[in-house]
Design a protein around this ligand. Structure first.
Ligand code: FAD
Ligand code: NAP
Length: 315
């Protein structure tokens, strides 16, 4: 069993984690960053990124994250592929256990564990996950070449997934529970202009329909939110894009979380309910949830950790 001691442990390697690492490394704190199972975070499962400042041309999410990883490494961060499965914040140095058996001891921790896709919680959705039901069009879209698919949701993710699926599917139906989308106007304009996309308003997914042997989706049963009337739509793929939940399971009982599981702390810094433990990015932010805001908070986390260490006389 190996043990790693560090002044700054960063948990998570999305835009928040890598930015925290870049700033902490440049403050000569030799941070250790534990990547988690999804090294690079949520942008690894998208394609075009058009709103990260500094790039006049469209860039790719995985490319951006690779650049951040390289930058964090070049300035002196130690990047470790591991998943934190246990955390003890009761005294310093704080202790975290990695899935591979490594014990991490840290004077400060910056939690950047982000968020992951939410599911509707339907039995049929679970049954057909991986057999026609997916939470990621860019990962699985290819399997639906020439087929008809449905996308559930009305936010940026749902609209982007619908637009992306037009590259593969013959027809895309976006199903939204209200009569207005939550997605940005620029995405809405693209959606409404696309001849391959149809929108069904005021409907929710009631059941995924399918067949056994081999398991495969054959349609969706949709319910009108106003009349309660149901209709079946034949599709071979269903993409659920209804938002995200924060990755805070291992911090329950260790830090203050709100009812949805987001880390609660100071509104103006990255402090949490435990002194010396900071949190940045989507794991604490349910309002903005953008790569650039996560990166900004990662920077704040590193600066807050630096001040904390200075105040504690640890340099
Ligand atoms: P994440 O990117 O969620 O990263 C979390 C990290 O924590 C991961 O590396 C994960 O492996 C790690 N982790 C989790 N649990 C543990 C653990 N127990 N131990 C160790 N590590 C752990 N935003 C934009 O600004 N522009 C876009 O175009 C855009 N497109 C998007 C497209 C899609 C499909 C999605 C889903 C999101 C998109 N976003 C976009 C939002 C953006 O990706 C997020 O706001 C941003 O990635 C949040 O960064 P983060 O660092 O807080 O967390
Ligand atoms: P989101 O903004 O929270 O939107 C979730 C959507 O799903 C909403 O339209 C919501 O409906 C719907 N929904 C939620 N629960 C539902 C349920 N049980 N049944 C049916 N519909 C349900 O989530 P997101 O689209 O994943 O985006 C998350 C964050 O990432 C956002 O901050 C977004 O801006 C960001 N992001 C940005 C980009 C980009 O900048 N290009 C791309 C992707 C994501 P209501 O509208 O009725 O609430």
């Amino acid at each position: 069993m190996s043990e790693i001691y560090t002044k700054v442990l960063i948990i998570g390697s999305g835009p928040a984690g890598y930015t925290a690492a870049i700033y902490a490394a440049r403050a000569s704190l030799e941070p250790v960053i534990v990547t988690g199972l999804e090294a690079g975070g949520q942008l690894m499962i998208t394609t075009d990124v058009e709103n990260y400042p500094g790039f006049a041309d469209v860039i790719q999410g995985p490319w951006l994250m690779e650049q951040m990883r390289l930058q964090a490494g070049h300035v002196g961060s130690k990047i470790i592929q591991d998943q934190i499965i246990y955390a003890d914040f009761s005294k310093r140095p704080f202790i975290c256990h990695g899935e591979g058996g490594t014990i991490y001891k840290a004077e400060t921790i910056i939690i950047c564990t982000g968020a992951q896709a939410k599911w509707l919680g339907l039995e049929s959705e679970m049954k057909f996950r991986g057999f026609g039901v997916s939470g990621c069009a860019t990962c699985d879209g290819f399997f639906f070449r020439g087929k008809e698919v449905a996308v559930i949701g009305g936010g940026n993710t749902a609209v982007e997934e619908a637009l992306y699926m037009t590259n593969h599917a013959s027809k895309v139906t976006l199903v939204h529970r209200r009569d207005k989308l939550k997605a940005e106007k620029i995405l809405q304009t693209r959606l409404f202009k696309d001849p391959k996309i149809n929108v069904i308003w005021n409907h929710v997914l009631e059941e995924v329909l399918g067949k056994e042997d081999p398991l495969a989706v054959t349609g969706v049963r949709l319910k009108d939110t106003q009349t309660g009337v149901t209709q079946d739509l034949p599709v071979e793929g269903v993409f659920v894009a209804i938002g995200h939940v924060p990755n805070t399971e291992i911090f329950k009982g260790k830090l203050k979380l709100d009812a949805e599981g987001y880390i609660i702390g100071s509104p103006t810094t990255t402090e949490t309910s435990v002194k010396g433990v900071f949190a940045a990015g989507d794991v604490r932010d349910k309002v903005y949830r953008q790569a650039v805001t996560a990166a900004g908070m990662g920077c704040m986390g590193a600066l807050d950790a630096t001040s904390f260490l200075q105040d504690e006389g640890i340099n």
